[in-house]
Design a protein around this ligand. Structure first.
Ligand code: F0G
Length: 482
């Protein structure tokens, strides 16, 4: 049980925590926001937080820490080797994730690098429910390819399917048969599939993937960065698990994987990552890569204070009242926007509320990056920084051609226990206004395009003076409001 019902019948996601440390926010006037957009190449990654009101870029490293976590950070053991902090983390990993061997890595993508370096070769194919940007970049870096095997329902913006992150089992079998099991180093399953709107997969689906992995003798790798929320949604949506505890469901899922890796920036604290397994051979194969790329085996490039926070945070992942906060706020925001006619990914997932730029900006072709344009426009009219999750976030193919993404989404991340409900209502209000005025949004073009992960530092420019027109309409409707 994690929810409080209101007598009025209203579905209000009541906060089950209190705020004890605060940070002042900056809501600068729209005129400054317009300047900031030009300075930052119409790329929300390049904004300075002095120009950002609500930072909904990501939940990565931005979830609120608990008093228990910050308390634990004070007792860290900063020995280079044999640090007690590491052994406390190892114990938490064994208890919560059920894996006894732990390899620390400084963050999720570092774990992806280690796994790709060890297992991916020229000609390898890694089937996955869906890619994540850094997971794909590392696999392709080592000469591998990825194939995404979701069911069609996953691409429907408005759906009632509870598990849009499920792997298409029939296609998985077919792909392995066609490509040859020896060329498939591992199957990757991503909990709460990030790029399709934070959509979970079911335990049953993971069991089916496990059966295929066993049939062909292929390893199953679970990206657990957003596993806590996936577990919460399994409890809400999968009949077999409705009376099971978070801990039981979590262990049922990790037991099915040979290797579990995670970004601790999302899963448990504000920094760090790791790879864990019960298979000693796998552990031995990966072990030499940690000192080479990350740091000694008892810190892996992570500060020992963060290691302490990771250990406490992992255990807190099993607290349903904590883990439910972000998904419930997201559900509240997504359902309110849907009620106002704004197209959002449904059912609401985890990590953030995802607005469908393909519909909001139906007049902008994919070659002019509708999701990037919507992210810039929304920042302009609200000071809220979201993240483009569309074609700008895609990488060009091996011949340098643009590859358009399946979905063009603006992600409005809702980090755990960071925002208040009135802030969420502000987001809803400004987005509803922008939706009414969507015809004023125009396209973007690249003026600086880095070769890898271009969305991070790329620079874009608006096509025409649509930002000025949008600002003029804002001033007309909101007067001298911030
Ligand atoms: N896997 C998933 C599912 C992720 O969402 C991320 C990061 C990573 C791996 C990489 O982890 O950042 O610690 O290196 N997602 C962040 C986001 C960046 O904003 O969605 P990392």
């Amino acid at each position: 049980m994690s929810q409080v019902k209101f007598y009025s019948g209203e579905n209000i996601p009541l906060e089950l925590h209190k705020v004890r440390v605060v940070q002042k926010l900056h809501l600068v006037p729209i005129e400054r926001r317009l300047e900031a957009l030009y300075e930052g190449g119409f790329n929300t990654f390049r904004l300075n937080t002095t120009d950002v009101f609500l930072d909904m870029l990501t939940d990565s490293g931005t979830n609120a820490m608990s008093d228990q976590q910050t308390g634990a950070m004070q007792v860290a053991d900063d020995a280079y080797a044999g640090s007690q902090s590491f052994f406390r983390l190892q114990k938490a990993v064994e208890e919560v994730l059920g894996k006894k061997y732990l390899l620390p890595a400084h963050q999720g993508r570092a774990a992806e690098n280690i796994l790709s370096k060890a297992f991916v070769k020229q000609g390898s194919l890694v089937p996955m429910n869906y890619h994540f940007t850094t997971a794909m970049a590392h696999i392709t870096q080592y000469g591998g390819k990825i194939v995404e095997l979701l069911y069609d329902e996953a691409y429907k913006i408005k759906s009632s399917h509870p598990f849009k992150g499920n792997m298409n089992i029939e296609k998985l079998d077919e792909v392995i048969k066609q490509h040859g099991a020896k060329n498939v180093p591992y199957i990757r399953m991503e909990a709460s599939t990030n790029l399709i709107g934070g959509q979970p997969f079911s335990v049953q689906n993971l069991r089916d993937v496990r059966a295929i992995a066993d049939k062909y003798g292929i390893k199953l790798v679970l990206d657990a960065s957003l596993l806590g929320e996936n577990v919460y949604l399994v409890k809400q949506r999968e009949e077999e698990f409705k009376d099971k505890s978070m801990a039981e469901i979590l262990l049922t899922m990790t037991d099915l994987a040979d290797i579990v890796y995670f970004s601790a920036r999302k899963l448990s604290s504000s920094r760090g990552g790791g790879i864990c397994t019960n298979n000693h051979e796998i552990y031995r194969e990966l072990e030499p890569l940690i000192p080479l790329f990350e740091g000694f085996l008892t810190y892996g490039g992570i500060s020992v204070r963060e290691i302490e926070a990771m250990a406490v945070g992992l255990r807190e992942t099993l607290d349903e009242t904590m883990i439910c906060q972000s998904p419930r706020f997201i559900e509240y925001l997504a359902n309110s926007l849907d009620a106002k006619g704004v197209p959002v990914v449904l059912p609401a997932g985890v990590l953030g509320c995802h607005v469908d730029a393909m519909q909001v900006c139906a007049h902008i072709p994919q070659s002019q990056y509708p999701a990037g344009a919507l992210a810039a426009a929304f920042y302009l009219v609200s000071g809220v920084r979201g993240m483009e999750r569309g074609s700008v976030s895609n990488q060009r193919d091996e011949y340098g051609n643009e590859t358009y993404s399946d979905m063009e989404l603006l992600r409005l991340a809702v980090p755990r226990r960071v925002f208040t409900l009135s802030q969420i209502k502000y987001v809803e209000d400004r987005m509803a206004w922008l939706y009414e005025n969507r015809e004023l949004i125009g396209g973007l073009k690249f003026v600086y395009e880095p070769p890898v992960l271009r969305f991070f530092m790329g620079g874009l420019e608006p096509l025409g003076d649509w930002p000025q027109k949008l600002m003029a309409k804002f001033r007309k409707d909101f007067g001298d409001s911030l």
